[in-house]
Design a protein around this ligand. Sequence first.
Ligand code: 3HC
Length: 282
Amino acid sequence: MEKIFVIGAGTMGLDIAQVFAKAGFEVAVQDVSDKILDGTRAKLVKSLEKLVTKGTMSEENKAALLGRMRFTTDVAAAAHADLVIEAVVENMEIKRKVFASLDGICKPETILASNTSSISITAIAAVTSRQDRVIGMHFFNPAVVMKLVEVIRGANTSDETTETVKALASQIGKRPVEVNEGPGFVVNKILCPMINEAVGLLELGVASAEDIDTAMCLGANHPMGPLTLADLIGLDVCLSVMETLHAETGDDKYRPSMLLRKYVRAGKLGRKTGVGFYDYRK
Ligand code: 3HC
């Protein structure tokens, strides 16, 4: 594996691309417009400059990392990739369209991976003619820091693809865990209901957002409280995971809190929109 192609230049797509480029891979990041890609590149340069200022990255390494990254609006450039990682919006139909198109563009041996938070890998793979080479490669936010990659097997993912992707995750400094498909996989099946429960407590007026977060940081030793974490992940992503868990299991314990829906409807998605449970505009 030498050439990695990332579809989607949002927070996760950019961070995943950065992790691969840091590990020495050639990485192309694709999104739909030059305007989005210009913003993405500027964001990357700014965060690398911070590392240089802090002394955790040299100027040479920064230049080398940037030299290994390319930005493009052309999906057809995925034809040269050994691995494609899709990190577009959490919507089954959009993901299936992306995979159907990649299946026509990519070399037969190319592995197609999805960074989906909870959508079925089997359902995504079903639109391709290479179901054995479709897999989940689920990174955690912030992906440049978080060590875990869930390697998710769809119904027809081969052992060879699974082993290749696990080895690759280790090569980029991450710890892979192998997961069989199930809604929310492992982390989100546990984490998102906890966040939803915290939103429910806020909705009931049991405690303020700050006190709920402080309680979980100091009482359960979490590095950040559930509402701060929701703002980091994106409230739309949290809602989408809960909707998948609820729909797939039919169990009401996964019903999304009304307050979570209300915030998403109001466009209060967390850090990425400047407001969520907290206000980041100040
Ligand atoms: N981008 C790049 N680097 C970052 C970063 C970011 N967004 N946030 C923190 N860092 C780096 C800092 O620069 C620092 O690096 P250094 O040690 O080299 O100086 C290091 O991470 C530690 O950061 P800080 O000292 O500023 O802060 P903390 O010690 O509080 O750690 C944190 C920050 C790692 C984000 C920590 O609060 C944490 O682990 N939070 C929980 C995150 C989590 O649970 N993520 C999973 C979400 S679920 C998910 O993503 C799945 C999806 O499908 C929904």
